[in-house]
Each structure stands twice: as C-alpha cells, then as structure tokens.
Design a protein around this ligand. Sequence first.
Ligand SMILES: C[S@@+](CC[C@H](N)C(=O)[O-])C[C@H]1O[C@@H](n2cnc3c(N)ncnc32)[C@H](O)[C@@H]1O
Length: 196
Amino acid sequence: MAPTRWQNENTEAQSREYVERFARLESRGVDLHGEARMVDALLAPGSTVLDAGCGTARLGAELARRGHRVTAVDLDPVFVEAARAHTQITVHQADLTGLDLGERFDAVIAAGNVMVFMEPGTERTALERIAAHVKPGGVFVAGFATDRAYTVEQFDDHLDAVGLGVEHRFSTWDLRPWRQGADWAVTVARAPELLA
Ligand SMILES: C[S@@+](CC[C@H](N)C(=O)[O-])C[C@H]1O[C@@H](n2cnc3c(N)ncnc32)[C@H](O)[C@@H]1O
C-alpha cells in the first residue's frame, strides 16, 4: 500500500500527537461531534455507515453511540490502533484507493480533510471505490478545506465521473450556506436509486 499524503507530510510521532490532541480536547469537554450530528440528521435510525479515512474514528464512534452500525477504514497504523479502542465499531486498515469490503453502506463519510490528505492523483480512484461502497440511494458526505491543491471543482468532476450526484453543499458542518471563497466545503452527494 502506497503511503497517503497524510503519511508523507506527517511522522508517526505527529500521528500520535494528533490522537493525543483529540483525546485532550474530548477530556476538556470540547464539542467534537458537529459532523456526527449533521450526518445523523441525514440517516434513518440504525443505518450502516462507513467512516472512510477515519483517523481516530471520533466520528464513527459517535455515530455508533447514536445507534448506527459503523465500519471504519484508515491506512495509517497509528490511527487504526486508536480507532480500535472504540470496540463498538469494526475497523479495517485499508487503502481507500483499493477498497473492497464486499458490502455497500447507507452512508460513506470522509470528514476532516480526508480528500485533501490522499496521495495527489489518487482522489478519483478513491472516489470510485467509495462510490462502489454506497448503496443505491445512499449518501456520500465529505468535508475538506478549500485552500489545498485538490479543489472543489476537481472534486465535483470526480463525483460526476463516478456517478455520485451533488445534492447539497454547505460551508460548515452546521450548515451555513455555501459561497464561493468559503474556506471549507461540506458536500452531500447521492448514489442513484435502483430503477424499478
Ligand atoms: C486529517 S485526518 C482525518 C481523520 C478523521 N476523518 C477525522 O475527521 O478526525 C485524514 C485521514 O485520512 C486518511 N487517509 C488519507 N488517504 C487515505 C487512503 N488512501 N486510504 C485510507 N485512509 C486515508 C489518513 O490516514 C488520515 O487518517
């Protein structure tokens, strides 16, 4: 498995510092669940969710706490180890660009800059694999910063190419309206329903 942009730009110690930083924030009672609240609002109770590029699985664990059945995937071994502390979710160490879990989910979520921490040039392939894991009529939700090399326009072209239609875009996870120049993009894309 080739390393991700995250691994190329961060040492193992920096991955560990990321894990510890989020643990400190959680222990101080900082709200870390804005993404989970937004995603939960999109889903029926007890939905199946793939937390793609899960990091510590902060999001996946909260969605499981809210009653969803969560699988999580990351390539970085430090994050996989941290995510496995959440025993209520299933965690795989895997590369999104070659993902084949043999099942589809009601929702696939790539929160916290996953799209811009992929190895440059692999984003479309990863989106193909993500689309292959979304049930007909299911959603793909991604949030990432707009000041990086991978742009919202490229993302939209890639979503279109893999058959995911953009349904909504916001500039924050608490649903502030999208505007050109916003520093963050939260996108809800949907897979086509099966034809009867
Ligand atoms: C900034 S972290 C965000 C983690 C988590 N989603 C969150 O919101 O806390 C970006 C994550 O994307 C993962 N990632 C990037 N490219 C990946 C790939 N091709 N396969 C699996 N994970 C990937 C990295 O390992 C890293 O954990």
